[in-house]
Design a protein around this ligand. Structure first.
Ligand SMILES: [Zn+2]
Length: 293
């Protein structure tokens, strides 16, 4: 490569960067040099272009460049947006004996797992990831057609081995956190789920001992006490599970997840008429979010 080619390459890079620079400057606001950057782009030539490239790099520190389509588009920024908001809560148990152990795992770069919150047995709440960011807790998942629950949810880990009852202090802390989240984000009650619900082939947490009934009485998650309505065989219960949101591609896994959550005293893997009644009751409780913008 000779010198003139190198210069042309640099100019091309600057030109391609201008569109992103304009977008970044618009999104950056006061104090980030956005105005200055736009002026540098507007001057358009020689040193100003290099200055623009410098500003492009500098702006990276204050605002991420917009994610653009992979096909040619024209950038016409609108001021009418805010951050995407999670619309699900996925509850987990850590399978650990101590909070320290769980914290080590959830912050270990090599493990590539995290959650937004971790709640200790004593009710201490740790926050590990910004709520606006995508934490890595649900993995391959499915609910009601959504296949990437990590992108749509907050993940809450409860320190618990999976075989022990959840202490009152821990449940109280979870409810307090969920009440706070509900006030800010308006997540529908029906969208508070367990990891086992959204990954029935792979996961069982938060396990049979998790107090879903208590949680539902505080307004989080669905619950129906018997007697359940008689559906008179009018509904295929497996399709009912799909209507609730479950992935039924592995029916046994879906049924096990459903029973662990809603009928933990009866872990049979054949759906009955009474299950159909329970599912119908749950479906009738499910309410749309009714959120505005
Ligand atoms: Zn989990």
């Amino acid at each position: 490569m000779d010198g003139s080619n190198g210069l042309r390459d640099l100019e091309r890079i600057v030109e391609e960067g201008e569109e992103d620079l304009r977008a970044a400057a618009v999104g950056c606001g006061e104090g980030c040099g956005g105005e200055l950057a736009l002026r540098a782009v507007a001057s358009g030539r020689g040193c100003a272009r290099l200055l623009a490239l410098g500003m492009l790099l500098a702006l990276g520190a204050c605002a991420p460049l917009p994610q653009r389509a992979g096909v040619p588009t024209r950038w016409e920024p609108s001021p009418n947006f805010d951050a995407r908001r999670p619309n699900f809560v996925i509850v987990h148990h850590t399978s650990n004996d101590t909070t320290e152990q769980a914290l080590r795992t959830l912050t270990d770069q090599t493990r590539k797992v995290s959650a937004h919150y971790l709640i200790g047995r004593d009710g201490t709440i740790w926050q590990l990831v910004d709520e606006r960011a995508r934490a890595w807790h649900a993995g391959q998942s499915f609910w009601g057609g959504s296949t990437d629950l990590n992108s749509a949810s907050l993940g809450i880990e409860l320190d618990n081995t999976g075989d022990e009852p959840y202490p009152q202090a821990q449940v109280d802390a979870l409810v307090a956190l969920l009440e706070d989240v509900r006030q800010r984000l308006g997540i529908p009650a029906a969208n508070v789920l367990g990891h086992g619900d959204v990954a029935p082939r792979r996961k069982t947490d938060p396990g049979r001992l998790f107090p879903w009934r208590t949680l539902a009485h505080r307004g989080f998650g669905l619950w129906c006490d018997p007697p359940w309505p008689d559906t008179a065989n009018a509904m295929d219960p497996l399709l009912g599970l799909r209507a609730l949101g479950y992935d039924i591609s592995d029916p046994q896994a879906a049924i096990a997840a459903f029973r662990r959550h809603y009928r933990p005293q009866d872990m049979g893997l054949v759906l009955t008429a009474s299950d159909a009644g329970l599912i119908r009751c749950l479906l009738e409780q499910e309410m749309p979010a009714g959120q505005g913008n």
